[in-house]
Design a protein around this ligand. Structure first.
Ligand SMILES: [Zn+2]
Length: 250
């Protein structure tokens, strides 16, 4: 999950002066009033300073706070740590206990709020991405305390573009349609499962079987042949194997 970048979310205790005035675009400010101290829940700092600035040109004032904190008392890095624990399978009460072991006070309701906020943030980022070629695979994850199948869509760089709860009754056709419409997808790379291959083709997308899975399937199929068949069709099997290596670019 690319939202969780703890190293980039370090909280500084001092506020940075705004670059541009939101009213007139001017870059000239002077401090307006005294700095205020605010308590924060973070992995490295316990309080920050906020400061109001006044535009020298239009006199509009703006509040400045350090990067890495929003309106909530918990910093972005702290929320990301909560997200990591949730992704590892801890319940909200489990997160409350685990953070308490490190001396950080968070109740299970705040943990729930942070996860909702992270979820919204991830979804808004996913919508802004696009890709012509994507990889689609399913895995099992714990969702609301139950193990559920989850479909994941990644681009060629490995960035996650979409996550959906799948399984029995899931409308794969609509899923692939939305990939084509919203992300501009043309080619879907999947494993050799036939679960959703018909839906991919129905929507008019190209399907490319994952090369790693294809090699494994071919190797398994060859090993199941009797020795007699292998000897009798040695030339044909050899040609098949070479063709497959050629397709794989090996
Ligand atoms: Zn201004």
């Amino acid at each position: 999950m690319y939202i969780i970048k703890l190293a980039n979310q370090r909280v500084e205790s001092e506020p940075a002066q705004p670059e541009r005035c939101l009213g007139c675009g001017s870059g000239g400010f002077h401090k307006w009033g005294r700095a205020k101290v605010r308590k924060v829940l973070d992995v490295s700092v316990s309080e920050i300073r906020t400061q109001r600035y006044r535009c020298k040109n239009c006199h509009k004032t703006v509040a400045a706070k350090p990067a890495g904190v929003g309106r909530a008392r918990r910093s972005y890095a702290f929320m990301a740590a909560v997200g990591v624990l949730y992704a590892l399978g801890l319940s909200h009460r489990g997160i409350e206990t685990a953070m308490g072991l490190f001396g950080h006070d968070i109740d299970h309701v705040s943990s729930w709020r942070d996860i909702q906020r992270l979820g919204k943030s991830v979804r808004s980022r996913l919508r802004s991405c696009s890709a012509r070629v994507v990889g689609v695979d399913e895995t099992w994850l714990k969702v609301k305390g139950r193990s559920r199948p989850v479909g994941v869509v990644v681009d060629v760089g490995g960035r996650t573009l979409n996550i959906e709860l799948t399984g029995a009754g899931f409308d794969y056709r609509s899923w692939f349609e939305s990939m084509a419409d919203e992300l501009g997808v043309e080619v879907v790379v999947t494993d050799d499962s036939t679960d959703y291959s018909a839906s991919v083709l129905d929507v008019g997308l190209f399907r490319q079987q994952c090369m790693v899975h294809m090699k494994r399937t071919l190797r398994r199929a060859r090993s199941r042949l009797s020795e007699q068949t292998r000897i009798r069709h040695e030339y044909l099997l050899d040609q098949l194997w070479r063709a497959q290596l050629h397709v794989c670019g090996l």
